[in-house]
Ligand binder design. Structure first.
Ligand code: TRP
Length: 456
């Protein structure tokens, strides 16, 4: 049963931009991007990542905006309305599951961030050395109780905000805090880049050596592009359904992708110089952010205050990204399943918490559940791998195929030109070329080569 309700929209073009950027910018930039770049060899990985953003990310983002704004519905309802009676709506259902799977581990890492914010406030990081920073991270993830409690707090905050449906609030939060986050990362950069030996880190980030690039690394870059831009599972459809009528969705997609990539690069420029300056390994994995940032600030005037600000803003970025993730199942349950937003929020958050504990207890081999593995991965890594490297790219492929081969060009022109108000014919041609041939082909090739069917 569909519940008819008046749908809100964001209040202006600027609000659309910041809310969408608020979804894109999150732990992906500050936590995942640096550690994946570190594990996969630096510059060459980065180059592949840029190509994925350009040829796969942008066309799919535009497709999702189109689907959302044209139908003004949640991910499942939107596809059902666009292609009634077909199985395309399963993309939406897959998206709802993907949102949960991502949240299983995302809420865990967000819990560490909240915990780090707390520790920074009480002064735990004053004057830390590399050894201490490593030991502290180990203690935080090992818990076993404290990371679960912080994960619970994270989910309660997210569910609480979404229950109140404070879109106005989200708008305001993203509009003021996104620019602030930016300024703080730049301060981190200045500090990191003036550390002794910083140049090595910059070299690592920008030196392209294709010898370093494996098929697995290319799949990771592709998965990261989806994860970063919140694609392949209905988040951008859902947000698109709140866009204003006169929004130029081409420029919104481009501006969001560019700004998001800029934030990732700035995070990389804060972290890698520090890694090399302190003689750490760039391949340290998920702990990279948590072990380096306290070091960046430790020897600096006002360091602890800046550290508090840094983790505060990272917590905000993670939270606004989670709002967009959890909004997908909530919009679905409340619009298609007749639940109230409140029960939908409680149900979703409860599932995310219960299964999320499995992720939290299996972060490290030595964790409580660390010994349980699937294809060599614990729950934490498994949830991450299944969502980023499998579900999101498959969702993206299906979206590309649907848009490219079963939606009429005229309809796309009408919607993307805001009913003929903008001249978009040439851009739509480029869009269709990409979404029909380039995007699906790249997705399929990367996928087949990473599972070893195609060899180069
Ligand atoms: N893009 C966010 C980040 O980088 C995470 C995120 C929000 C996401 N919504 C999503 C990832 C939807 C995949 C799909 O932190």
């Amino acid at each position: 049963m569909s519940v008819v309700k008046k749908r809100e929209t964001f209040s202006s073009g600027l609000a659309v931009f910041f809310a969408t950027l608020g979804s894109a910018v999150g732990l992906g930039n500050i936590w995942k991007f640096p550690y994946l770049t570190g594990q996969n060899g630096g510059g060459a990985f980065l180059l592949v990542y840029f190509c994925c953003i350009l040829f796969v990310g942008l066309p799919i983002m535009l497709s999702e905006f189109y689907i959302g704004r044209k139908t003004r519905k949640n991910a499942v309802g939107a596809l059902e309305q666009l292609k009634p009676g077909t199985s395309w709506k399963n993309i939406g259902l897959m998206g709802v599951s993907a949102a949960c799977i991502i949240m299983f581990f995302y809420s865990c890492v967000a819990g560490w961030v909240y915990f780090y914010l707390f520790k920074a406030i009480v002064g735990d990081f004053v004057g830390v050395t590399l050894e201490v920073a490593k030991a502290q991270f180990g203690a935080v993830i090992m818990g076993p109780l404290s990371p679960i409690i912080w994960q619970f707090i994270v989910l309660a905050v997210v569910a609480g905000i979404l229950t109140m449906g404070v879109k106005q609030g989200i708008e305001k939060i993203t509009k003021t805090l996104m620019p602030l986050l930016f300024v703080l990362i730049v301060i981190c950069d200045i500090r990191a880049l003036t550390l002794p030996g910083a140049a090595e880190g910059v070299k690592f980030l920008f030196h392209v050596d294709f010898g370093q690039l494996s098929a697995a690394a290319i799949l990771a870059a592709l998965g990261l592009a989806f994860f970063k831009l919140s694609l392949g599972m209905g988040t951008m459809m859902t947000y698109g359904s709140y866009f204003t009528e006169d929004n130029n969705m081409f420029t919104t997609a481009l501006k969001v992708a560019l700004s998001d990539t800029l934030v990732s690069m700035l995070a990389g420029l804060a972290i890698f110089p520090t890694v090399f300056s302190f003689g750490m390994e760039p391949t340290a994995g998920p702990g990279l952010l948590f072990m380096t940032i306290p070091l960046v600030f430790s020897q600096m005037p006002l360091g602890n205050i800046l550290l508090i600000a840094f983790f505060f803003l990272t917590a905000i970025a993670a939270t606004t990204a989670m709002l967009s993730l959890v909004e997908v199942p909530i919009a679905y349950l409340s619009e298609e399943r007749g639940m109230s937003r409140k029960s939908a929020a409680i149900l979703t958050a409860t599932i995310m918490f219960v299964v999320g504990i499995l992720a939290t207890l299996s972060v490290d081999k030595a964790s409580v559940l660390g010994h349980i593995t699937f294809f060599g991965m614990g729950f934490f890594d498994l949830f991450d791998y299944i969502s980023s490297n499998i579900l999101l790219p498959i969702g993206g492929l299906l979206i590309a195929l649907m848009m490219g081969y079963s939606i009429k060009r005229e309809e796309v022109v009408t919607e993307l030109s805001n009913n003929g108000k903008m001249k978009v014919a040439a851009l739509v041609n480029v869009y269709f070329f990409l979404i029909r041939y380039v995007t699906p082909l790249l997705l399929i090739v990367v996928f087949l080569s990473s599972i070893g069917v195609l060899k180069f």
